[in-house]
Design a protein around this ligand. Structure first.
Ligand SMILES: [Mg+2]
Length: 241
């Protein structure tokens, strides 16, 4: 009998890494280069949003119409990645892995019951560079903000890519999103996927619980607790921790 393999879809910022402002610093510089304005970028809540969604929000704040934004949105990514490289190098904004994440990823990668993929609002190349800067190298497939501005579009994309890469048949309804914001929970729910929320990105466990994820953890620091929580989610335990 073959053991079923569960696909875990990991968010990046606030879940795998503490981003420490690198994305914001880079986007501010890139928007100034390309549009000459940034909108209220310093106060804007980036959490859970895709990169193109953030840029659209900020340009709308500057009075841009959606047609103008659509026409010029993609101009920002090349300078963004260039500035991101600088921000990822700088000591003040270099991301670090969230506590326990490297050991957890080692353990999950060695466990035949799990496959790992990314589900993140970062544009793909930004995701790759942030993870590399934080020393995380366990991911080679995922869905990204460069695939869609709408986070809810991303789970089926990640599932299809993971299936193609592994030759396994994954279903989005059986995938488990692991993320730190209500948006992660909502994008899982929109796809009838399961979701384990983790309170390491600024939303506390009660905030996250109010969106009814299948499980909530304070952090990913203790891999035994994470493995247990994943098993509960898989078992369909509706009890919210
Ligand atoms: Mg996040």
């Amino acid at each position: 009998m073959t053991v079923p393999v569960h696909l875990l879809l990991f968010d990046i910022d606030g879940t795998l890494i503490e981003p420490r402002g690198a994305g914001r610093v880079a986007l501010r510089s890139a928007m100034l280069d390309v549009y000459g304005q940034t909108g209220p970028i310093d106060d804007h809540d980036f959490r859970g949003k895709t990169d193109p969604w953030i840029v659209r929000d900020l340009l709308r704040c500057c009075g841009w119409a959606d047609e103008e934004i659509d026409a010029r949105l993609n101009e920002v990514w090349e300078p963004y990645l260039r500035h991101l490289d600088d921000a990822l190098e700088a000591a003040a904004t270099r991301p670090t892995p969230c506590r326990g994440v490297p050991a957890l990823l080692d353990r999950l990668s060695a466990d035949g019951r799990y496959e790992l993929a990314l589900l993140t609002g970062n544009v793909e190349e930004g995701a790759t560079r942030k993870l590399r800067a934080a020393g995380i190298s366990r991911f080679d497939v995922g869905a990204f903000g460069s695939d869609s501005e709408h986070r809810a579009d991303l789970p089926p994309i990640a599932v299809a890519r993971a299936a193609r890469r592994t030759g396994l048949s994954f279903r989005v309804e059986e995938a488990i999103v692991v993320g730190d914001t209500p948006e992660d929970v909502l994008c899982a729910r929109a796809n009838h996927a399961r979701v384990l929320a983790v309170a390491t990105g600024g939303f506390d466990a009660d905030d996250l619980r109010s969106h009814e994820p299948d499980g909530v953890l304070e952090d990913l620091a203790d891999s035994d607790s994470v493995m247990e929580a994943l098993e509960d989610v898989i078992a369909g335990t509706q009890e919210v921790r």
